[in-house]
Design a protein around this ligand. Structure first.
Ligand SMILES: Cc1cc2nc3c(=O)[nH]c(=O)nc-3n(C[C@H](O)[C@H](O)[C@H](O)COP(=O)(O)OP(=O)(O)OC[C@H]3O[C@@H](n4cnc5c(N)ncnc54)[C@H](O)[C@@H]3O)c2cc1C
Length: 396
């Protein structure tokens, strides 16, 4: 019969990871995607796993653990996903930003994480092309990079060795339930597949899959655009971003940057990272404009303006293309990794916003622990879907 212990919906980085860890634990698993592997946001993003952009506490704890898991996977997988630990640098434009950064670093160091503030004089030793008038920065040694597209393929290839059934180009159209509401089967565009457990790993589309069983999953698409430079000589050694990026990510309203109207209006904060192919990915921006991934000339101009402010050398480098992706945003900036009490057998691993690449391995591991009814490595009460129950989302 066409049946599996678990059906994972969505072959992005989260669904691929969940499938890998589930098959490793001995489950029979089908992974279904309406497109191919990495059809969604996981092929339209940057490529870093960071702790320096996480809030102190569970956000950093699982982010850090995920980087450790990546290190292990890079050693054990036969598929190379271009993993390396380069570190990352936040740059602070003003003394005020540096003061906020110092407080942030103090909290992270107190929790045991390696991170340090660097002063104005130290910046050129770390990145020599930076503008000379910056106030300082934050350097984090553990921050790592990889090719997210290849990570998805690596997880799937390894999971296939453990029996994974990959079903691509079939959209999940319905989830059939018993009279008591439990999951019984999944209906795709071409077939019915039987299972008692589904994991919704559909990223920004997770809420649509929630609608299929009558639950309201509060995930919204938050767009981000990236410029790709031509291949060029070394500009930076690692991920470099402005501290305002974190303030933009967390919508910090207590701090206001002095930026142009173009940058302000489009919520642009500078990021750059090197690729293995000697191009640079330059970003970034955040807006809520639906599911579309079209590129926008105004946003491109704003990103270039901000990038030139921090790295004047970029004025001489050509941009060869731009692309956009949509982050699966949740209001409290923590993913949903949870079962759903109202629908027995229905699980969610979605809502990672700008951290899905970072958090893919730990999410796969935690979801497998949840499904196996084992204790999870972390207390993940804050990741439960039930945290939204009876709450107005804007008040979370
Ligand atoms: C510009 C940008 C930069 C980013 N940079 C980083 C970064 O450096 N580090 C980081 O950690 N994160 C980053 N992110 C965030 C990261 O890309 C996402 O969090 C992550 O890709 C989400 O992965 P996912 O598997 O949840 O979703 P997706 O990759 O979107 O996968 C969901 C899958 O579900 C499938 N699907 C949907 N509905 C159905 C259905 N009904 N039936 C079958 N299949 C279905 C889709 O086809 C898709 O393949 C960035 C995002 C953007 C936009």
């Amino acid at each position: 019969m066409n049946s599996f212990d678990v059906i994972v919906i969505g072959a992005g980085i989260i669904g691929s990871s969940v499938s890998y860890y589930l098959t490793k634990a001995g489950y029979s698993v089908a992974l279904i995607d309406k497109g191919d592997i990495a059809n969604g946001t996981s092929s339209r993003c940057d490529a870093v796993a960071l702790i320096c952009d996480k809030k102190p506490g569970i956000d950093t704890d699982i982010g850090y653990r995920s980087i450790q898991l990546y290190k292990e996977l890079a050693q054990s997988f036969s598929f190379d996903f271009q993993f390396s630990t380069r570190g990352s640098l936040y740059v602070c434009e003003t003394e005020q930003e540096l003061e906020i950064a110092k407080d942030y670093v103090a909290q992270q160091v107190k929790a045991g994480y390696q991170m340090k503030t660097v002063n104005k004089e130290e910046l050129p030793d770390i990145e020599k092309h930076l503008a000379k008038d910056l106030a300082g920065g934050v350097w984090t040694e553990v921050d790592s990079t990889m090719n997210p597209y290849m990570v998805c393929y690596a997880f799937v290839e390894e999971a296939k060795k453990q029996g994974l059934k990959l079903i691509t180009h079939e959209e999940v159209k319905a989830i059939n339930q018993s009279p008591l509401g439990a999951v019984e089967s999944v209906q795709t565009t071409t077939q019915t597949i039987y299972t008692k457990k589904v994991v919704n790993c559909a990223g920004v589309w997770a809420s649509k899959l929630g609608d299929l069983v009558g639950i309201d999953i509060p995930i919204k698409p938050r767009k981000g655009l990236i410029l790709v430079t031509e291949r060029t000589s070394k500009i930076v050694n690692q991920k470099v971003h402005e501290f305002g990026y974190m303030l933009s990510k967390f919508e910090d309203i207590n701090y206001k940057r002095k930026v142009s109207q173009l940058v302000e209006k489009n919520n642009i904060a500078f990021t750059i990272e090197p690729t293995e192919a000697s191009n640079y990915l330059v970003g970034g921006h955040r807006d809520f404009s639906g599911y579309g991934t079209d590129t926008n000339h105004e946003v491109m101009k704003g990103i270039a303006e901000r990038a030139n402010r921090f790295l004047p050398i970029l004025k001489n480098v050509n941009c060869i293309r731009a692309y956009a992706g949509v982050r699966p945003w949740v209001v409290d900036h923590l993913p949903i990794v949870s079962e759903v009490d109202e629908v027995p057998g229905y699980f969610i691993a979605s809502g990672h916003e700008g951290d899905g690449i970072s958090m893919a391995p730990i999410t796969g591991k935690m979801m497998t622990e949840l499904i196996s009814r084992q204790d999870t490595e972390f207390n993940i009460d804050r990741l439960k879907f039930s945290r939204y129950k009876n709450k107005k989302i804007e008040n979370l």
